[in-house]
Design a protein around this ligand. Sequence first.
Ligand code: ATP
Ligand code: MG
Ligand code: FE
Length: 343
Amino acid sequence: PLILAVETSCDETSAAVVRGGREILSNVISSQAAIHKRFGGVVPEVASRRHVENVTRVIEEALEQAQVTLQDVSAIAVTYGPGLVGALLVGIAAAKAIAYACSIPLIGVQHIAGHIYANVLSDGVEPPLLALVVSGGHTEIVYMQSHDHFEFLGRTRDDAVGEAYDKVARAMGLEYPGGPILDRLAQEGDPNAIEFPRAWLEEGSFDFSFSGLKSAVLNALHNAEQRGDVLRKEDVATGFQASVVDVLVEKTVGAVKKTGVKKVVVAGGVAANQGLRTRLTARAAEEGFRVTFPPLSLCTDNAAMIAAAAFPLYARGEFHGLELNAIANLSITDWMNGKRIQF
Ligand code: ATP
Ligand code: MG
Ligand code: FE
């Protein structure tokens, strides 16, 4: 079966055609990053307007690249949360129109589940597993017991890790989104130049906190400026990334030990981070668990991952009605507990 998926939760307009939940026939991503760069972040009204302008063309292009027509599609999947409501609604309206016109089932997908299922497209998502979710808006460790059972082991109490990257980068005068730029700079700094604190929180906690680290970096930059000194950007990036990666990796190792679940998938934009990939892969080998990352091209927002996440629901025959609505703060557990119909 072919699933056509649409993703418009933030600033990427994307559509994809995926066969059998894992074979990508097309994955068209139209990024608005160049537009939002001028504002140093995503402007919701601008994002919605751009999605409206792009969504039809992106869907047509996805079908064309896959060399299929709407008649070949078995179901249409769409992200309905979390994200910017105005942006989500554009994708939802497009998906509903297609579901209605073609009489095919509609499958609403939670965006973070999509990030987790991006791993299907590299290795496999065979529960039970732990998902380390590290994206622009979320940082959490999720225990996935089966395809329809998720539990939170911990989550951030303040900033998400991608958000911390982008804010620190902005303070350093780097472009939006700053995560990939900081990651590159971090490869070149002196690891002994600057040491930033690690937020371990209480013993045994799997929660995260990145606002203290962010403040520490901003203070260091500010203090240097007061002294008439300039810190090397590479050294700041290296110190910052070392703190982030240390906490993410050791909490994940702790969660593996506590639960005995020996498979970890990493999900979200920060899964592209080279420092995280290297360190977590090395620690997994030492501790004897398996870790997988999505292919680099599927770490940030895309519709192929949404089709992959929709597939288990398609296989179970669980669909949404045309009353599907955007939910700005939809959690992965709400998604699983939400009402679905048999088609
Ligand atoms: P969410 O998925 O939580 O709704 P989002 O969709 O905006 O948020 P993603 O697309 O998952 O976020 O990821 C974008 C984030 O990933 C940005 O914050 C970006 O800076 C960060 N990012 C991308 N590549 C890297 C990298 N190599 N190192 C660190 N951060 C990165
Ligand atoms: Mg984006
Ligand atoms: Fe995302």
